[in-house]
Write a protein that binds this ligand. Structure first.
Ligand code: AMP
Ligand code: GLY
Length: 424
């Protein structure tokens, strides 16, 4: 079959790499893709939110299945767009419709969903400009620190952790009355702080059946020892050593099953990935957030460990018989080190030539912010490359991914050398 993959990051490079290995994949197109995805298929320049443009790509290339990488087109309703179009409606889209994507697109929606289905999560309340006064009262009652979340998509920046009630009041005012995160913060979820270690669990579902994919942990801060500014993600490890069988069973029973059943009960169709962001609080899982897509850079580590044919699994999602498909996961450990541009996550350098990729020995190089300029591979984004190594043990995987990252060079390049060290 011919497949169209939407997106342009490290996640999509990993998807393209994995999809292209399937004997079921005839032609792979990636829109817009990057210099790395071009190794596995044909890049087509478009915006992931240009639905009319995507329609033309699908029709011109006899696409049989569309896999949506990032959240934005899902939250904006790309799947609904396909279903409403005579020519597109029979072409399966992997990724939920607008309503299901609200699990990520609205923190208020997802918190209410958790409450309705008894899914363990931090206590919270949602406030608007009209109810800000009540918000102030609530801030004084929930204990410190206080978590404030912009309701809508805010490019990963909409969560604030405030150390004092006064700071939280000030932020609440800015979010609600000064549109600190634009329209996204016209509603704010005020939430109790959860103490614990974070990890993510990924689920693939056809809306009825589900498969639990490998767990992963990502490293969000720019600096070693988890310091400094937040980024899109500086590295990942899969599996997460502390997420043992017992813990994952709790996740499945308390979170995954109620989530799938909840969607069914509420007649919310959902075909795609569910990213479950968790806090391990003394051995018990609590929800932090849902995302309606895979994580980046978690996907790079997770897909390296999936031995089964991903196209076959996605076909199971499309056909509603995911239960008949086989999911084999490697026992090995995958570690991803993200190489970023100088200056990132602030203003960063661009158009720097990347050399040395051919010297990488035992890792997979997934491109993120790269493009081809004639023969040269150049940097275009903040996150430039993701270097993933799959090894028998965590220490070797960390060492190999880091050593291989060191073999690559571009002006201003930076990566963390301590990814996963907290887990050793
Ligand atoms: P989110 O955008 O929901 O992923 O939140 C961003 C980050 O804020 C998470 O990855 C956590 O590190 C942190 N966070 C969010 N909610 C909470 C919470 N209730 N308690 C502690 N940390 C949180
Ligand atoms: N790595 C976190 C995310 O993809 O949202």
């Amino acid at each position: 079959m011919n497949i169209l993959l939407l997106g342009s990051g490290g996640r999509e490079s990993a998807f393209a790499w994995k999809l292209s290995q399937s004997p079921k994949c005839e032609k792979l197109f990636i829109a817009p893709g990057n210099a790395g995805t071009g190794q596995y298929g044909t890049n087509i320049d478009t915006k992931v939110t240009d639905f009319e443009g995507i329609k033309q790509i699908v029709l011109n290339n006899n696409i049989d299945l569309v896999l949506v990488g990032p959240e934005e087109p899902l939250v904006k309703g790309i799947h609904d767009f396909f279903l409403a179009d005579e020519k597109l409606k029979s072409i399966p889209v992997i990724g939920p419709q607008r309503e299901g994507a609200q699990l990520e697109g609205s923190k208020d929606f997802s918190k209410q969903f958790m409450v309705r289905h008894n899914i363990p999560a931090a206590a919270s309340k949602t406030f608007t400009r009209e109810t800000m006064q009540e918000g102030f009262e609530y801030l004084a009652t929930i204990g410190l620190p206080i978590v404030l979340k912009a309701d809508g998509l805010a490019a990963g920046k909409g969560v604030l952790i405030c150390l004092t009630v006064v700071e939280a009041q000030q932020e609440l005012i800015e979010m609600l009355t000064e549109a600190k995160f634009g329209e996204a913060s016209s509603k704010v979820v005020v939430e109790q702080f959860l103490q614990g270690i974070e990890l993510s669990v990924f689920v693939l579902t056809d809306g009825n059946n589900y498969k639990m994919l490998p767990s992963a942990k990502d490293y969000k801060r720019i600096g070693e020892g988890d310091t400094g500014l937040n980024t899109g993600g500086m590295g990942s490890v899969s599996p997460v050593p502390f997420a043992d069988k017992e813990f994952l069973q709790k996740v499945e029973q308390r979170i995954v099953i109620p989530t799938i059943n909840g969607l069914k009960q509420e007649n919310i169709p959902y075909k795609g990935f569910i990213f479950i962001g968790l806090m391990n609080c003394g051995g018990d899982p609590y929800m932090i957030e849902y995302n309606c897509r895979m994580g980046d850079p978690e996907t790079e580590s997770v897909l390296m460990r999936i031995e089964s044919d991903l196209v076959d699994l996605l076909q199971g999602v499309a056909d509603g018989n995911l239960n008949e498909k086989e999911l084999v996961i490697s026992d090995k450990i995958a570690t991803t080190v993200v190489m970023v541009a100088g200056g990132y996550p602030g203003e960063y350098l661009k158009h720097k030539t990347i050399t040395g990729i051919e010297n990488v020995r035992d890792s997979q190089v997934f491109h993120a912010g790269t493009y081809l300029d004639g023969e040269n591979i150049k940097t275009s984004g903040g996150r430039v490359l993701a270097i993933t190594s799959l090894q028998n043990d965590l220490f070797t995987a960390l060492q190999q991914a880091t050593a291989d990252a060191s073999r690559i060079y571009y002006d201003g390049m930076y990566f963390r050398k301590d990814i996963g060290f907290d887990l050793l």
